[in-house]
Design a protein around this ligand. Structure first.
Ligand code: AVJ
Length: 322
């Protein structure tokens, strides 16, 4: 099996999604998964270093401190599939602890080719690890991993970093049900969830004073210019962050500073944005500490353990498929 398999019709799919999101008459929207091209992935790496953005550090801290404890609760032997591995830095601790107990196959599933390559470089030095990357969407990649599973091994799915928060609540539960459907009883899921925290802290985390998150957000338009032959004026948009108290989520938007008409050749689209009109680019839902257990039940898992970071409220949730 090739370690990196390329996705076909990538540009056509991006074009169709952009057309769909910007061509509509109501609220305009772009899918947050498109934030992660090479530039976006690199900017996210910087975001994760910012003092205002504690998510990644909390996640990594929990995985580092509790690695042995987590491994002790897993059904062994186990293979590991990670949804959205990124560069794999925070996964190292768990994989090391696991590889001390058993030779381990690790299947990072990642749509960003550069992140996947970085992940392989980052983790290939671990003793008795076997890394096979899948350049795929999450469920597609996981289904492939499951189709090729060793019948004598369980699967541990890692879904870290609170990426689940990009789904709204009903869609998140649906997604977790899909994950469950691909797994077998006794398989495990380790889910990272960012928890509710004071408003000013959340706003700062997504609207940092250096403007890195603003660049990360605007890069989505830059990517459309680069890959779909668009002519967005990047100076014409403000990075806007708001917290929706009802939905309990941070939202990122791009707001037109003045009325402007944009042409995106490869999406066969010309669209006029009025002054003040916004494009919704991402939601990050925040959870109560109890919420993940309910999500587990709804999706067909039972909660085995939860670890919460004290410095930056964030929870690691270990579930077993029923
Ligand atoms: C990688 C999806 C977890 O939602 O916090 C960071 C992405 N967006 N800053 C998040 C992100 C703006 C991040 N996730």
């Amino acid at each position: 099996m090739p370690s990196h398999t390329s996705v076909t019709g990538e540009v056509a799919e991006f074009a169709a999604d952009v057309r769909d999101g910007l061509g509509r008459s109501g609220r305009k929207e772009l899918l947050s998964k498109y934030l992660y091209d090479a530039v976006g992935s690199a900017l996210f790496e910087v975001i994760s270093l910012l003092p205002e953005y504690g998510v990644t550090r909390a996640d990594e801290r929990l995985l580092r401190i509790h690695a042995n404890e987590i491994v002790a609760m897993l059904p062994l032997p186990v293979s590991v599939a990670e949804l959205g591995s990124g560069t794999g830095r925070k996964t190292r601790w768990l994989l090391q602890a696991l590889c001390r107990r058993q030779p381990t196959s690790y299947f990072p599933i990642e749509i960003s080719r550069t992140a996947l390559a970085a992940c392989r470089r980052q983790l290939s030095d671990i003793d008795s690890i076997n890394i096979v990357g899948f350049e795929r969407e999450y469920l597609e990649g996981l289904a492939e991993v499951a189709a090729g599973r060793n019948p004598n091994r369980r699967i541990l799915v890692l879904f870290l970093g609170s990426t689940i928060g990009n789904f709204d609540r009903p869609a998140g539960t649906l997604f977790l049900r899909e994950v469950r459907r691909i797994l077998q009883p006794g398989d495990a899921l380790l889910l990272g969830t960012d928890l509710e925290k004071p408003l000013h802290q959340l706003i700062e985390a997504y609207d940092d004073p250096l403007g890195i998150t603003a660049a990360f957000n605007r890069n989505l338009l830059a990517r459309i210019n680069r890959e779909l032959d668009g002519d967005f004026d990047l100076h014409g948009f403000d990075h806007v962050v708001r917290y929706d108290r009802t939905e309990r989520r941070i939202e990122m938007h791009l707001r037109a500073r003045r009325t402007q008409t944009v042409t995106i050749a490869k999406a066969d689209l010309t669209v006029t944005l009025l002054e003040g009109e916004t494009i919704w680019t991402e939601s990050s839902h925040k959870y109560s500490a109890e919420e993940p257990s309910h999500m587990a039940e709804e999706a067909g898992f039972r909660t085995v353990a939860q670890w919460i970071d004290r410095e930056w409220p964030f929870a690691e949730n270990l579930w077993i498929a029923e």
